[in-house]
Design a protein around this ligand. Structure first.
Ligand SMILES: [Zn+2]
Length: 173
């Protein structure tokens, strides 16, 4: 089937080129450039065609991509991609679903990762609390989240207004 285009009602100046087999990237206005602030380029799905994916992103004026670490291995891979490809940046972190699988000393490894490539790492994440799926005990999540905030602070990612307020450890733990 030939590619067809149809305007998006909420973005009339942007047209999607849709084929029967795949939905392609939207054709964005030529004068604009964009940042994809959250993707997972280290995942298996991109192993075969990462270069083509990045080429299509460039053609769609996506000038920067931030690939997100969700555990130790993906954080390392995210930074490797950021070092290898201009325009790609990384975050490092442990998703709350996975914090049970690491020790607190593993945050030292993330700190070393940041210290080695501070220009490529733009945030600490994915981190936080996930009380929806409840894969990990809430107390464990809170302890790790506090440690993750310490990591973010030591990497210089927290604003002074946040760091001026001590973390109320009595309530966290
Ligand atoms: Zn994500």
């Amino acid at each position: 089937m030939a590619a067809t285009s149809k305007p998006l009602s909420f973005l009339p100046h942007i047209e999607y080129a849709v084929t029967r087999k795949q939905q392609k990237l939207p054709q964005l206005p030529a004068q604009s450039s964009y940042i994809d602030s959250h993707c997972h380029l280290d995942m298996e799905a991109y192993q075969q065609d990462l270069d083509q994916v990045l080429t299509r992103a460039k053609q769609a004026n996506i000038v920067n991509i931030i690939t997100i670490g969700i555990d130790l291995a993906s954080s390392v891979k995210a930074v490797e991609l950021a070092v290898r490809y201009p325009g790609i940046f990384a975050t490092i972190g442990i998703h709350p679903h996975d914090v049970e699988n690491i020790g607190f000393s593993d945050y030292d490894l993330l700190q070393k990762l940041y210290d080695k490539s501070p220009e490529q790492i733009k945030a600490v994440g994915e981190i936080g609390l996930d009380y929806f799926k409840n894969y990990t005990d809430h107390r464990i999540q809170r302890r790790h989240f506090a440690r993750q905030l310490e990591l973010a602070n030591s990497c210089g990612f927290l604003s002074s207004s946040i760091t001026a307020t001590p973390i109320p450890t009595a309530t966290i733990f």
